[in-house]
Structures are given as C-alpha cells and as structure tokens.
Design a protein around this ligand. Sequence first.
Ligand SMILES: [Cu+2]
Length: 389
Amino acid sequence: MGRAQPVTPDAAGADRCGALGCHYTSSRAAERFRHAIIFLVAPLTRRRLLRAVPALGLGAAALHATVPHSHGTAAAAEHEGAHAAGDGAPAAAGHGGHAGFRGGEVDHRANGFDPHEIIRDFDWGTTSKLPDGRTLREWTLAAAEQEVEIAPGVTFAAWSYNGRIPGPTLRAKEGERLRIRFVNGGRHPHTIHFHGIHTAPADGVLGLGAGEIAPGASTVYEFDALPFGLHLYHCHVRPLAEHIAKGLYGAFIIDPKDARPKADELLMVMNGFDTNYDRANELYAANTIGFAYAERPIRVKRGELVRLYLVNVLEYDLINSFHLHGNFFHYFPTGTSTKPVEFTDTVMMCQGQRGILEMRFPHLGKYMFHAHQSEFTELGWMGFFEVVD
Ligand SMILES: [Cu+2]
C-alpha cells in the first residue's frame, strides 16, 4: 500500500490533491450544485473506460484510478484514503471471463443499504381505516444527501429517499387511499412525482399543489392506489435529469384486488451513475451497485414461480434492457394486466418504462442476466440467478 497523497492549499485557498494528474479540490472551491471532484489524467468518458477494462476484470485499485469519480463535501481525507488504498493493489481477475470491477467489495453497511436486501424489500407502510371503511396506507419519505460507494472504491455524491437508492419500494393494494409525507432534508428543492392516476395538486411538479418543496420543508401527497401495476416515483425538480440521476427515485407497486399467484418476488430498478457530470454514465447497475448480483448471485428455487418487478430509471441513455440466459419469461408491460403479452428472453425499456416478468427455472445452476447493450453490461449491469433445490 502506498502512502496518502499530500493535500495542500492552493492560491485560491482550496485543498488540492498532490496526486499526479489529479484535479481534486475540496468543497471550498468546488462548484456547489455538483459538489463533484474529477480525478483524471485526461477527460475520460465511459468509452475510454471501456477500453481500459481488461478482458479478465478490473481491480478496485485500477477502477479508482480509471473511473472519473466524485467526492462529497470536505472529502479530502477520504480522497487521500482512496489513493492510499489504491496504490499497488493487484487487479483481481473476474470470473467467467467477463469484465468486472473485481478485487474489492462495496461497503454496503457504510452505504446504509444493500442491493441484496433491496431486491426483496417491499414497504407496505402503516395502515388504518377511513370512516368509509377503506384502508389508508401511509409512509414518510425524506430526501437526503449522502455519499454512496457505487463500485469498489468509487464514491458518488448522491441524493436519496430514506437513505437508499432506489428509495423504498412502496407497495399497496388497488383502491386503497395512499398518503405520503415528504420531508426535504436536502439542500436543494425536491418533490415526489408519482406515476399513477391522481389529481393535479398531488402530481409533485412546479406550480401544482405544494410545488417544489424547499430545503427543510415538507408536504403530503395523497391519492388513490390506481391503476394496479408497477409504477415508479421520482423527484421532478429542474434540472430534472440531474435530480433523477443523483438518485431520487423508487418503485411503486399496486397489487390487483385479485392478488397475483404466490411467487418469489424480486425488484430491480435499472440505473446508472454519471460520476464526472458529463451527462453520460460511467457505471450501470440494477439496484445501484454494479456487479452486486454477479459477486453474490440471487438464489431462486428450481420450478418455483419468480416474479421480477423491473423498472428503468436510467438517465442520459435512451434505452435500457434486460436479457435472461437459459430461460424465457412472460412479460406484463407496466403490470396493468394479469395476462402476459409476450413470452421472451429480452425486454427493452425507455426511462420510466417498467414491467413484470414471470419465470420458472427448470434447471439447476447459474443463469446470467444483463442489459443487452453490451457496453452497459461491461460497466456493471449484469448478474446471475443461482437456481437451487
Ligand atoms: Cu430533486
């Protein structure tokens, strides 16, 4: 391990990293909205990153040096630590011959969330009865700013709902009354815009209802759970792309009155991270952490019905996709019908599109899933199902 690089004050009073080629300065000089620090030997796009990813994997140290990344406010110490950890660490080989960010592990505890928990974590809120006998279901969501380690050694100055990305997977039953209290704990105005059928004031956009919610302020969104299906929510404050790309989004499921058949239910929100704020993503994932489900496959049972709620919130890329190996699935676009429209192994989605996939695995073993844009796959958006008895 090498020693930490010195951080020295520059003429403008900012802390500047002494590492060769590192343009890092502390938050004192950093532009306030982005609070992003770019560490690069040259302007690096994801295409350059892809060329740098060796066929057999990319270690955390190499990744740190290669991926443009951001540091949060007053992150000089963290930055030093990252350099120190990076020096001389070997690049570990990925398994299976595909490129990966191997050789290190994301600290899910420090992040405050784990994609392996998010995948089966459905938040039913708290319920009570309204005078008319209907169920009222309630949640509180708070926006916050936090550092998230999105790949080993790569941190991103994120914005989150309830400390996780994606935010809580809100789940209700068709026709219930829903009440969501929103508290803005961030330093920028935010909202929650829900997809679904509701009145204009509940839409969570500028000029309607409470409009944009100022830092420290709160509001309540209330509407009926309609229609049944798989929906999403996200912040709708301008610049919209950045408010979404920072991490303010989540899935929102409304179960039909006649419940779907029992299944092993999973959630994947396909996302990406623009770590150098050039409006192109450097890292891709389902549920935020690249390669999380490759490092530790998702266990499912042979012959059991698996229901995957799949949402695309990817910003900056026009399309995303999901492809399953060794199997086919029934596809229910937006989940608004209980009859599938397609039996396929690949589905393509624009931002905001979502759907339910149902499958049973007839054979034991590991089955890959990934974006069928190979570039996204190589930059994190892939994993495995591990079929067991
Ligand atoms: Cu926002």
